[in-house]
Design a binder for this molecule. Structure first.
Ligand code: LLP
Length: 892
């Protein structure tokens, strides 16, 4: 597989001296013309306060470094309004007139907020707008006419800006960008692209710069617009203002181009989807190009090329948060070590699969089919080839991939091959330098893709990206998990502070303002318990608090604690006292609960095993607890065991969810539950032994954070319950997630309560049962362990402790994250990253990777591993014949 790379190299590149390539921007300023190009997008020019910021920044740059060119977009929404006018003008004169008036009014209103007389400043543009909207060229949607109309947005905003800034005493001068931006016509350019999506010529001659400087030292101009050889107005297309700024930067050999926008810069993933995404402080041009091309919206990919060719540093800055350094893109970041910098997705990808029986070594097959793509003006993005098949992807942001275009393409391709179009697809791309040397770190990421239907995998020939094309629906929600796995595996080196800035969550102030953890104020008490390590310590008040919080969820009628999370007798008694029943999955757990909780009523106990042996069911029956079956086998093979019983039936709702593949318990790949399609068979078998299905049950996974899951589960079960007729209760299982990372938000119990209340209101006839484990006990537990050795090996620092995967298997088994602190030195500053490893003879025996524990950490210190109350001691083993960890309680 290969990826077709856009032409990134230019002859200019070889002329750039190595010295300028590694000099930081301020130093560069001294070696070049001192122009700064500042570009402001739609939202950055749509408020008076923003224009004040523009004025302030322009003056500051001028004072710091020299002349300034401000490049602006149209006011927010104006380009879309112009497109609506273009659309209406072709058929509906009244609607057109109304839209034109509305657009003039928008500008008048905005000008009023600036205390500017709009008709005085841009009245001639209003007249042009009216004239163009009635132009005869409208009837045939002439591309030149469209360009002239669209250009008006920037012409108006820049003129209003000039007037306002002048009024504020800032002597900025308006220039017409079309005098400078000259469109060039590339081979195979369509008529549409020649006016509505142009590329521009870069004149870097000293004469040009000298002439430009004659116009003044503080200038304002338009992004997005240009002029062709015949002096006709053209536009650069979407993202054109960024590109204009870059062209100006390149032409002026500017000290820097600053793109001022409404986000702080480029991130390691789309922050709207992945709040943990990190701001990328520093990127080289090639990486930035890949990130922009493969999905990040902050910068249009086209705008990097001109800066890259001229080695002009490009800065992304946030107008609302000017104090943030943003993302700096320049040549000096290219020396960084290999690592994934970002993961991005693009939707709306069209895959065209071309099947030809006789293609193998058939000279010219590819030339023939690609000629057809060219004829339809389509540029191909990814390519996969096999003996008799070539599959290519078309990116909608680079192509006009309407169904008409695709139909016409397929009709022409049909002459050469069998064509199949696969839509809608999404591409998920990992971007970073040295992708091929990172493959060994990507096994967990690959495992995630392994569960999806991957249509195409492509690695770019410049070693900067690895792309997976999947069905669009499959890509939904994958990003946060993949981002987390990239960090956990070390493939994304977030500890490199020069490259990875703060997370979006920190920047946006969403970092969870979680109540301090109980252990933070119990350093002395915990240290005194750390006599025999490894040792778990459970804080009963925390478990009680969680139980109370769950008890307050009104929609729930009965609550059971899934004791597999932590069967410590004191916890069982605490939770039973708080009103919880107990959910068991084995004969051992059943015996344990009756032994630990004196006088426990069997009615408060559920038995929900998986593939248990016959005698375990016999034992459960003898104890009188509620039994859950999840297949027909026990009923058919051991009918006597279930005769006359009231049973609960576990259904597989057909999908799973949860923090890791290994804890998802629904769908074909999971062993749990009866598929709804076999319900009739189950009921028939129950009838034979006069057993009744009085409860339906489902548990789809563990560590779920989206409350909608339980609503879906309950709705499905309620639908089946109506068919069965004897059902009294619906048990939606456990699975509630907890925050493991220090900045992760708490589980949204309110949303959970609302989701359950909705379904309960829809089917009030059933009792609603839940059976959480982790939520009740995870945060109540910590694991104390002692440092045994600190070792540096080949550049990796390792802190050895006496707890390994035998004491806490979650990191090794699921790549799970647990916060680790040095309890002996809570006040000491963090040091260089180190891996915290255990004493087990397995390379997976790592409790935490790249943790910043104090540099002073030494043998004998006590480390605390947080949020280990669930599935910690419960899953411990004596592997390597190491003793089981001890357990201790705190009750204050
Ligand atoms: N009900 C049933 C039927 C279950 O199988 C489980 C957990 C629960 C309730 C409780 O789920 P919770 O609320 O704790 O998520 N060892 C894994 C978790 C495995 C969960 C197994 N079943 C981990 O450490 O993440």
């Amino acid at each position: 597989m290969l990826r077709v790379q856009h032409a990134l190299l230019s002859p200019m590149e070889s002329l750039v001296s190595a010295s300028t390539a590694v000099v930081p921007p301020n130093a560069v300023a001294n070696s070049r013309s001192a122009w700064s190009v500042l570009k402001f997008g739609g939202t950055s020019v749509s408020k008076r306060s923003r224009w004040d910021t523009i004025g302030r920044l322009a003056m500051a740059r001028q004072a710091e470094s020299g002349p300034v060119l401000v490049v602006v977009s149209a006011i927010s929404g104006v380009t879309n309004a112009l497109l609506a006018i273009i659309d209406a003008a072709q058929r509906d004169a009244d609607k057109t007139a109304a839209l034109v008036s509305a657009l003039c009014e928008t500008h008048r209103e905005f000008a009023a907020t600036l205390q500017i007389d709009a008709d005085g400043v841009i009245g001639h543009r209003f007249a042009e707008l009216r004239a163009l909207s009635g132009d005869a060229r409208a009837t045939c949607a002439d591309v030149g006419w469209q360009a002239e109309l669209q250009a008006l947005g920037e012409l108006m905003s820049s003129a209003l800006g000039e007037a306002y800034l002048n009024q504020q005493g800032i002597p900025i001068r308006w220039i017409d960008a079309r005098q400078h931006m000259r469109a060039i016509v590339l081979p195979n350019t369509t008529e549409w692209a020649a006016r509505l999506s142009v590329n521009c010529h870069i004149d870097t001659s000293p004469d040009y710069r000298a002439a430009f400087a004659e116009q003044g030292a503080l200038l304002i101009t338009q992004g997005f617009i240009a002029r062709d050889e015949a002096e006709r107005t053209c536009i650069l297309g979407r993202g054109g203002s960024d590109t204009s700024a870059a062209y100006f930067g390149a032409r002026l050999q500017a000290a820097r181009v600053e793109i001022w926008t409404d986000v702080p810069g480029m991130f390691s993933a789309n922050p709207r989807e992945v709040p943990q995404a990190r701001l990328l402080s520093r990127l080289d041009y090639e990486e930035a190009q890949e990130i922009a091309t493969t999905g990040a919206k902050v910068l249009h990919p086209r705008c990097i090329g001109p800066c890259r060719e001229s080695r002009v540093p490009l800065w992304i800055r946030d107008t609302e948060r000017p104090e943030l350094a943003g993302t700096l893109i320049d040549a000096s970041a290219a020396d960084a070590a290999p690592g994934v910098k970002a993961i991005s997705t693009r939707k709306g990808i069209v895959l065209v699969s071309m099947e030809s029986i006789g293609m193998w070594q058939q000279v010219g097959f590819l030339a023939d089919v690609f000629a057809i793509f060219r004829a339809h003006g389509l540029s191909v993005d990814l390519i996969g080839s096999a003996e008799s098949n070539v599959t290519v992807s078309l990116d909608p942001s680079e192509n006009l991939v309407s169904s008409n275009v695709i139909d016409a393409l397929c009709a022409d391709l049909a002459a050469f091959c069998r064509v199949k179009v696969i839509v809608p697809c999404a591409s998920i791309t990992l971007v970073g330098r040295g992708m091929r040397s990172l493959l060994h770190k990507l096994s967990d990421v690959m495992a995630v893709f392994g569960r999806e239907r991957v249509h195409l995998i492509s690695q770019s020939s410049n070693d900067l990206n690895l792309t997976f094309v999947v069905d669009e629906a499959a890509a939904e929600g994958l990003l946060p998990k993949l981002h987390e796995l990239l960090i956990a595996s070390g493939a994304m080196p977030v500890d490199e502070a020069a490259v990875f800035g703060p997370s979006w969550r920190q920047i946006s102030g969403q970092a969870a303002a979680r109540a301090a953890c109980w252990w933070q104020s119990r350093q002395t008490a915990l240290l005194s318990l750390a006599t025999g390590t490894p040792r778990y310590v459970y804080h009963l008040p925390t478990a009680r608090a969680r139980a109370q919080a769950l008890a307050a969820v009104e929609a729930v009628d009965r609550r059971f604690y899934a004791i597999k999370a932590n069967p410590h007798p004191a916890l069982l008694r605490t939770l039973v006292d708080a009103g919880f029943g107990l959910e068991c999955v084995s004969e051992g757990e059943l015996r344990h609960v009756f032994a630990s909780v004196p006088g426990l009523d069997p009615v408060r106990v559920l038995f929900t095993p998986s593939f248990a042996a016959r005698q375990e069911y016999a034992e459960a029956r003898a104890l009188g607890v509620r039994i859950t079956l999840d297949s027909v086998y026990p009923l058919q093979m051991w009918p006597a065991l279930f005769r006359g019983l009231d049973l609960q039936l576990r259904i597989d709702p057909g999908f799973g969810s949860g923090h890791h593949e290994k804890v998802r318990t629904g769908g074909k790949g999971a062993k749990f539950g009866l598929p709804a399609t076999r319900l009739a068979e189950f009921l028939a078998a129950a009838d034979v032994v006069a057993a009744r299905v009085v409860g339906l049950h489902a548990h789809i996974g563990s560590g779920v954070t989206d409350a909608a899951h339980w609503r879906t589960v309950y709705s499905q079960l309620a639908g089946l319950a109506e068919q069965i007729g004897t059902v009294e209760s619906i048990d939606v299982g456990g699975g509630l997630g907890v925050p493991y990372e220090p900045d992760a938000p708490d589980f949204d119990l309110q949303a959970y309560g609302r989701a359950l209340a909705e379904v309960k209101a829809a089917w009030p006839q059933y009792e609603l049962w839940i059976e959480p484990g982790r939520y009740l006990v995870a945060e109540a537990g910590v694991l104390l362990t002692r440092v045994t050795q600190c070792v540096d090996k080949l550049g990796v620092r390792r802190i050895g402790v006496d707890a390994g995967m035998n004491a806490l298997i979650r990191p090794a088994l699921y790549g799970a994250y647990h916060e680790i602190v040095n309890l002996s030195r809570l006040e000491d500053a963090p040091g260089a990253p180190a891996d915290v490893v255990g004493p087990i003879c397995e390379s997976g025996d790592v409790l935490g990777r790249r943790r910043r524990l104090p540099a002073s950490t030494q043998e004998g210190d006590v480390l605390l591993i947080a949020t280990t109350g669930a599935y910690g001691a419960a899953m411990a083993s004596t592997y390597n014949l190491r003793a089981l960890p001890a357990e201790e309680l705190l009750d204050d």
